[in-house]
Write a protein that binds this ligand. Structure first.
Ligand SMILES: Cc1cc2nc3c(=O)[nH]c(=O)nc-3n(C[C@H](O)[C@H](O)[C@H](O)COP(=O)(O)OP(=O)(O)OC[C@H]3O[C@@H](n4cnc5c(N)ncnc54)[C@H](O)[C@@H]3O)c2cc1C
Length: 498
């Protein structure tokens, strides 16, 4: 759906219509119904970049199956699961907010964007089997993962996900499973929330509008926007700007010239999937199955075999594979994006990233030059009987990894999500990718707490936030609050799945 509505003198400008801006816009409007909000999106439709269902894996990252969130095995053999617990709690906030949006009538038909899909971790070889068992012991001791099951039994694994054992040799295998995992269409929920926002008084949403420049003014920022339909230019001013432009955030942040943006660079990594639409194969797999990372693969490139529900149709996706690109955006990017982002303040970090991360460089070269046969070999680790003729290669989204100089050290690649905010707290920009979309509500909550804390100071603001995210001021990680966790989880599950 296309939009072209404009509000005069907005209080807040949102750049981009992905999962970040959509959550932020919806939360802000609920917190202060008279807030004037303007959203600009360069594409002619909402959420067509990273948040679009085909451009990401749609995993509701809750730390259940992703072995990359539990990489560290202690000398005594135990596994550190703290990162998995943290991600679980953050995704729980997303479920709670989306559940509230359904309950309060802002959006409807949650099955359009979230569906229960078991999350499975799957490994082979004795070393990995031992690791998975130790991980299971640590995970299942925590209230979040209490229902997790572990098995080394082939028939049990067959009953969970038959493709994993079809045609497999007799090397040891193991798996864990939790049924409460999810598949999420982040694009669909963005579209629903932005549609709701567009219908609120004092809100404007304009697609085919590219933000070209940002200049600091006395009470905030003046934003120059190009209407791509007639090439006209608009200037809009607001006290607070959120740059939720995905891959387009870094160039805009650089244009803002805020001191906090200095030293940041971006390195784009394209993604590709193998997709299978054959009903007789698709119907045999109803799970998201994550394995171990391949050698130097970045954490976000851990292979997985997933059931996807997109536009009501099930398919199987395997990947991601990395691809070379110099574009920062899939649809509206330019091959000049990467060279154009190299500035005096970040060139050193970018060069050092190449020099100090040679395994990553080698991984990217290997990925970019690999054949279909090589990709099938990776798939065979999960689905040994897979045939190339049943799968086709498609492009996924682009992740612009944030690169930063830290304490004069080599450039560090940030695989997580980075929020860059100026000292005045009048502009905030989101860089980086994974586990981005799943933790978007939690990340946007932190933007509100940091930049617009006045919205949470009144009784009414706090009460609304408590309704939207009942745990926003609680620590539900603490094992002592097991009952409280079950109570809020039941609420989210009821709102989303009935
Ligand atoms: C291959 C891959 C797999 C992933 N898998 C997962 C997963 O399984 N689970 C998960 O939680 N996350 C996953 N992610 C990460 C997730 O997709 C992103 O973190 C999330 O979608 C980012 O949302 P966003 O709103 O920041 O950006 P986007 O969704 O990219 O939205 C940014 C918007 O800004 C617009 N824009 C850009 N520049 C301008 C401008 N100048 N003016 C106006 N508009 C502009 C763009 O057109 C776009 O619509 C994956 C990412 C990739 C690439």
């Amino acid at each position: 759906m296309k939009y072209n509505t404009h509000v005069s003198n907005p209080d807040v400008i949102l750049i981009g219509s992905g999962i970040m801006s959509s959550n932020l816009g919806a939360m802000l409007k609920r917190l202060k119904p008279d807030l004037k909000i303007q959203l600009y999106e360069v594409a002619d439709e909402i959420a067509q970049e990273s948040s679009n269902a085909w451009n990401n894996a749609g995993t509701g990252h809750a730390g259940i199956c992703e072995l990359s969130y539990t990489p560290n095995q202690n000398p005594d053999g135990t596994v550190d699961v703290s990162k998995a617990i943290e991600i679980f709690e953050q995704f729980e906030q997303s479920k709670l907010f989306w559940g509230f949006a359904v309950r309060s009538g802002m959006i409807s038909q949650p099955r359009d964007f979230i569906n229960p899909v078991p999350h499975i971790s799957f490994v082979h070889g004795q070393k990995q089997v031992d690791f998975l068992k130790a991980r299971f012991q640590a995970m299942s001791a925590h209230q979040f993962f209490r229902e997790m099951e572990f098995t080394t039994d082939r028939e049990t694994i067959r009953s969970w996900a038959p493709l994993l054992v079809e045609g497999r040799d007799d090397r040891p295998i193991a798996a864990t499973k939790m049924n409460s995992g999810t598949d999420v269409d982040f694009g669909a929920v963005s579209r629903k929330l932005i549609h709701w926002l567009s219908e609120q008084p004092g809100c404007g949403v304009a697609t085919s509008h590219r933000v070209m420049d940002l200049v600091r003014t006395a009470p905030g920022w003046r934003v120059t926007v190009k209407n791509l339909s007639d090439q006209s230019q608009i200037k809009s001013q607001a006290a607070f700007v959120f740059v939720g432009a995905g891959g387009g955030s870094l160039p805009l942040l650089q244009k803002s010239k805020i001191a906090e943006s200095r030293g940041f660079g971006g390195f784009p990594i394209g993604g590709q999937w193998l997709v299978c639409n054959k009903p007789e194969i698709v119907s045999k797999h109803q799970a998201k199955v994550y394995g171990q990372a391949l050698d130097a693969a970045p954490t976000m490139a851990v292979p997985h075999l997933d059931t996807r529900m997109i536009d009501g149709k099930a398919s199987l996706l395997f990947g991601p594979f990395a691809a070379w690109t110099t574009k920062f955006l899939h649809r509206h990017g330019s091959f000049l994006d990467l060279p154009g982002s190299v500035k005096l303040d970040n060139v050193g970090s970018l060069v050092k990233v190449g020099l100090y991360n040679l395994p990553l460089v080698r991984y990217l070269i290997q990925q970019g030059t690999q054949t279909m046969a090589a990709r099938m070999k990776v798939l065979h680790d999960f689905y040994p009987a897979a045939k190339a003729a049943d799968w086709k290669l498609i492009d996924a989204g682009i992740r612009v990894q944030a690169i930063k100089k830290e304490d004069g050290q080599a450039g560090i690649v940030h695989y997580g999500t980075e929020v860059v905010t100026d000292a005045d707290r009048t502009i905030s920009a989101l860089l980086g990718a994974s586990p981005g979309a799943s933790v978007s509500v939690s990340v946007m909550l932190s933007v509100i707490q940091k930049c617009l804390p006045n919205l949470l100071e009144s009784m009414a603001g706090r009460s609304m936030m408590k309704q939207m995210i009942p745990t926003y001021d609680e620590n539900i990680q603490a094992t002592t609050s097991a009952e409280r966790f079950l109570e809020v989880d039941r609420l989210a599950m009821h709102d989303l799945f009935g």
